[in-house]
Ligand binder design. Structure first.
Ligand code: CA
Length: 221
């Protein structure tokens, strides 16, 4: 069972990772917000332990990014004692539980067990368009029930189009969905992902709306 621990306090992170490893989890560690976003887009974790005060962006923005993708991975936020407003904001943004620092490793382990039990029956919505199905929880994409292998950027492009099922997605919106505000990119790369998606999923799945962007579905007459 693989966990993501997002914590910039190195000593605390090491102590938590050691305890969690002993409890039988595999632990990935991210020490800032960009590293957390990258890890979350590359892996499916059973749960995330999320510090809110992070270099490079807030834990809250990381959490919102996860929930915006319909990703229901359980999240426990780790907060300082005096940050009640942060705790509330975290729960409002879709956190499942919180722990106030300092806490005992046993308490964390117990909360995790409870959370994983509750999460077991949880079902996240699967997006569908014709014979294409996309499951945001597992990042699995199938065409006619056959799994299709997509790169991370192809997957994000497809997710953005499927979320807006049939409505136009502009190029800037797609770039934001694919790169999430990461560094500058060449302006034609989204077109490359669309080309790859058409190749893998069918020529008529994505329509170019000239001067605007793309949408799912065939061109309107
Ligand atoms: Ca911190």
């Amino acid at each position: 069972m693989q966990l993501l621990l997002v914590e910039d306090d190195t000593m605390l992170a090491q102590a938590l990772a050691t305890g969690l490893t002993r409890a039988g989890y595999r632990v990935d560690h991210a020490a800032d917000a960009p590293a957390a976003r990258l890890a979350l887009s590359d892996h499916a974790y059973v749960a995330v332990l999320l510090d809110l005060g992070l270099p490079g962006g807030s834990g809250l923005s990381v959490l919102k990014g996860v929930r915006d993708r319909y990703d229901t991975t359980p999240v426990i936020i780790l907060t300082a004692r005096d940050q009640l407003s942060d705790r509330i904001a975290g729960l409002d943004a879709g956190a499942d539980d919180y722990l106030v620092k300092p806490f005992q490793p046993d308490e964390l382990a117990a909360r995790l067990r409870a959370l994983l039990r509750r999460a077991q029956g949880r079902v996240s919505p699967v997006l569908e368009a014709r014979s294409i199905r996309l499951d945001p929880a597992t990042r699995r994409v199938t065409r006619d029930e056959v799994p299709v292998s997509l790169s991370l950027h192809e997957y994000r492009t497809l997710l953005a189009l499927m979320e807006r099922n049939g409505r136009v997605v502009t190029r800037p919106q797609l770039e934001e969905a694919v790169y999430g505000g990461e560094s500058a990119i060449e302006s034609n790369t989204v077109a490359v992902y669309v080309h790859q998606l058409r190749r893998k999923l069918g020529d008529d799945l994505i329509t170019t709306v000239h001067g605007h962007g793309y949408r799912l579905g065939e061109a309107r007459p």
